[in-house]
Ligand binder design. Sequence first.
Ligand SMILES: [Zn+2]
Length: 199
Amino acid sequence: MIRLFALLTLLSCSHYQLQEAQSEKEIPYRSLASEWKADIHYEGFSADDIKKVQGAVKIIKKIISSDEFRELVINYTFLDKKQFHENSGYSNEEIYQLILLGSETTGNRLANNTMDVELELYEDSSKTIGYTYPHTTRIWMNRKYFHNYTKAQVAGNLMHEWLHKLGFTHAVKWNKDREHSVPYAIGYLIEDLAVKLEL
Ligand SMILES: [Zn+2]
C-alpha cells in the first residue's frame, strides 16, 4: 500500500511524467486496476437511485480490474492505427493509465486511483442523456433516461461523462467518427462488456 501511494505521488501525472513512467515500466497496472475506486456525491437522488449508481460503479470497477479491458483499450483501432479519435494527443496506453490513475483535470491531475464526481439528477424532456462542463466535478444526469436505463447503461453513461473529466472531448453533433472518441468508445466498451459478462 505504501509503495502504491509512493508511485501514485511520483506519477502525479503530467503528460511528460506519464511517458517517462511508461518507458521505465514503473506503473503497477494490476494493483492500480484492482484498487481503482469511485468517490461519488449525490444531488437529487433517492435511496433507490443511489443503489442503481452503486450497482453501475460495481460494474465499472469489475471491468476496469480485468485484463480484457486493458487489452481492449490498449489495442483500440481507429483508421487502421492503434489510437482513439479526438485523443487529446494521448496514446491508448496513456489513456488507460489516466483511467487507472483517476487523474481528473478538475483535480489538477492528482493521481488518486479514484473516480471523483458529483452527480446531479435533473428533469428535462429533451433528448440530452447527461452533460458536464470542463471545470466542474459535477455531472448532470437526465432523470428520464436514468430511470429507464439498465445498470449496464448507467455504467456506460457514467464512464462516458467521467472521461470528459479526464480531459477528453467529442463533437457535439453526430458524425460517423464520433463513436471512436474516447468518451463514446470507452463508454460503449464498458456497457458492452457489462452485457457480455452479464454483470
Ligand atoms: Zn459526451
